[in-house]
Design a protein around this ligand. Structure first.
Ligand code: IPE
Ligand code: IPE
Ligand code: MG
Length: 255
C-alpha cells in the first residue's frame, strides 16, 4: 500500500538525496556501469515529479561529486553525456511543471557544451514556482566551504568587513545554497553510511535516512514512507521541547 504524507504532520521543505548504487545495480543485472547510470536517470525523473506533486519546495540531488572526477575517463564522459541529454530532454518538461533548475558545485570544471546547456536550462526554468530542483554537480562540501571562506577573507582584506562580523548567517550567504532552506531530510541510497562530502555545512540539523535500495530501484513508495517517518520524528535542535521535562525512559544518574 502506498503511504501518503500525513495531513497533520509538517511537510519537509527541502529534501536532499545522495543517489548511490548505480554501479552495483548494473553489476547485479550483468551490465556495464554506465547502464546503471542510465537506469538511475529514470529514477531522477520519478523522484522529481513525485516531490513536485507532494509540494516539496526544494529537492537537491547529488549527481556528481568533486571526487567523482577521479573515476575512469570513460565513466566521467558517460556521466557528462547523460547530464547533457537529461538537460536537453527535460528542460521543456521542467518548464511545464513549474520547476526551477539551479546548480551548485564547481561548474567551471564542466565542459563548455554541458555548461551552456545547464545555464540555458537554469535561465528558461527561472520563473518556475512549484519547486526548485537543485543539482549538485562537480560539487564538494569542503570546496564550497573554502570558497565561502575565501570570499569573506577578500571582503575583510578590502576593508569592507570586520572579522568579528562573520556569523553563521553571513557565512551561509556565501555558500552555493544561499537563499535555500537547509535540508530537512537527507536520503542516501545504496547502503553506504557516509556523507561523501555532501552539504557538510547545511546538514547540521538534517534528519538522516540511509536506504539499502540501489538508486535505480528507489521508488515513490519508499520516498513517501521516508516522508511519513519524518513527519513523526521529534526535532529538538538541541532544546528541550515544551512538556518534555523528562520521561520514564530517562536514565537516572545515581551518585
Ligand atoms: C552513484 O552511483 C552515481 C554517481 C556517483 C555518479 P555509483 O556509480 O557510485 O554506484 P556504486 O556505488 O558504484 O554502486
Ligand atoms: C557519492 O557517491 C556521490 C554521488 C552520489 C554523486 P560515491 O559513490 O561517489 O561515494 P563514495 O565513493 O561511496 O563515498
Ligand atoms: Mg557509489
Amino acid at each position: 500500500m502506498t503511504e501518503t504524507p500525513d495531513q497533520a504532520g509538517p511537510l519537509p521543505r527541502h529534501i536532499a538525496i545522495i543517489m548511490d548504487g548505480n554501479g552495483r545495480w548494473a553489476k547485479q543485472h550483468g551490465r556495464i556501469r554506465v547502464k546503471g547510470h542510465e537506469a538511475g536517470a529514470d529514477t531522477v525523473d520519478l523522484v522529481v515529479r513525485s516531490c513536485a506533486e507532494i509540494g516539496i519546495e526544494v529537492l537537491t540531488l547529488y549527481a556528481f561529486s568533486s571526487e567523482n572526477w577521479l573515476r575512469p575517463a570513460f565513466e566521467v564522459s558517460a556521466l557528462m553525456r547523460l547530464l547533457h541529454s537529461y538537460l536537453k530532454r527535460e528542460t521543456g518538461r521542467l518548464v511545464e511543471q513549474g520547476i526551477r533548475l539551479r546548480a551548485i558545485g564547481r561548474l567551471e570544471r564542466l565542459d563548455s557544451a554541458v555548461r551552456r546547456e545547464l545555464e540555458k536550462a537554469c535561465e528558461v526554468t527561472a520563473p518556475g514556482r512549484t519547486m526548485t530542483l537543485n543539482l549538485a554537480i562537480s560539487y564538494g562540501g569542503r570546496d564550497e566551504i573554502c570558497d565561502a571562506a575565501t570570499a569573506l577573507a577578500r571582503e575583510v582584506a578590502a576593508g569592507n568587513l570586520e572579522p568579528g562580523a562573520i556569523t553563521p548567517e553571513r557565512f551561509a550567504e556565501k555558500l552555493n545554497t544561499a537563499g535555500l532552506p537547509d535540508p530537512d531530510i537527507m536520503i542516501r541510497t545504496g547502503g553506504e553510511y557516509r556523507i561523501s562530502n555532501f552539504l557538510l555545512w547545511q546538514l547540521a540539523y538534517t534528519e538522516l535516512y540511509f536506504s539499502n535500495t540501489l538508486w535505480p530501484d528507489f521508488s515513490r513508495d519508499e520516498l513517501l514512507g521516508i516522508i511519513h517517518d519524518f513527519q513523526h520524528r521529534e526535532r529538538r535542535f538541541g532544546r528541550v521541547l515544551e512538556g518534555g521535562e523528562g520521561t520514564s525512559h530517562d536514565l537516572e544518574i545515581k551518585g
